[in-house]
Design a protein around this ligand. Structure first.
Ligand SMILES: [Zn+2]
Length: 201
């Protein structure tokens, strides 16, 4: 394995979604990054690693999620990422709490988000391929399409990637209708400086 794929502090091998490149320092795993950042910011950060969990979706298909904690300038972020083969897209959920948030409290809220997220279907298979469900409500995480040099979005709907072309096809069964779209933050803010600012406003 080439040297750049190892954490520069603990030497652990890193997959692409597991590494953080720290300016002028080098690559870090999340655990080392958090410990170093907590020490630098003089905050008490609970770095308890969380075990992967499996959650069934509306069709009883099981999805396994891996968790990672990250100390960011706006608090303690907890990310859940579906375990999918390297380079593939799946479900992702995240919550942002206060710096000294109890990871179990964050986990419970995130787990709730995962369960709710997996219980909803925005698209379903019809006779002519994928279609938007009768709720006519399409929600997807915007990511970039690696086959289009990152210039065109790939939309992850119900944990499944749809190319921009496929999204267009989904909409074509509603020709003549109106599309109302809004773009929302992926992370749910439940504590920390961002929430305090929101409450002040
Ligand atoms: Zn490390």
């Amino acid at each position: 394995m080439p040297e750049q794929d190892l954490c520069g502090r603990c030497g652990q091998p890193l997959k692409s979604h597991e590494r953080i490149s720290v300016a002028n320092v080098g690559l870090r795993c999340y655990r080392c990054f958090n410990e170093e950042t907590a020490a630098m910011m003089s905050v008490d950060f609970d770095n308890t690693p969380l075990q992967p969990v499996t959650v069934a979706d509306a069709d009883d298909v099981e999805h396994t999620f891996e968790f990672r904690s990250m100390l960011v300038p706006t608090g303690h972020a907890l990310y859940a990422r579906e375990r999918v083969p390297e380079g593939q897209e799946g479900y992702e959920f995240s919550v942002l709490g206060d710096f000294d948030a109890n990871p179990w409290d964050l986990f419970r809220l995130l787990y709730d988000r995962i369960q709710h997220g997996l219980a909803v279907r925005h698209v379903e298979r019809g006779e002519l391929g994928w279609r938007i469900t009768d709720a006519r409500h399409l929600v997807g995480r915007i990511t970039s399409d690696p086959d289009r040099a990152g210039e065109i979005p790939l939309l992850v709907i119900d944990g499944r990637p749809f190319t921009w072309d496929q999204v267009g096809r989904l909409l074509m069964s509603f020709e003549g209708f109106t599309l109302r779209a809004f773009v929302d933050d992926s992370i749910e803010v439940i504590g920390g400086p961002l929430l305090k600012e929101e409450r002040k406003a």
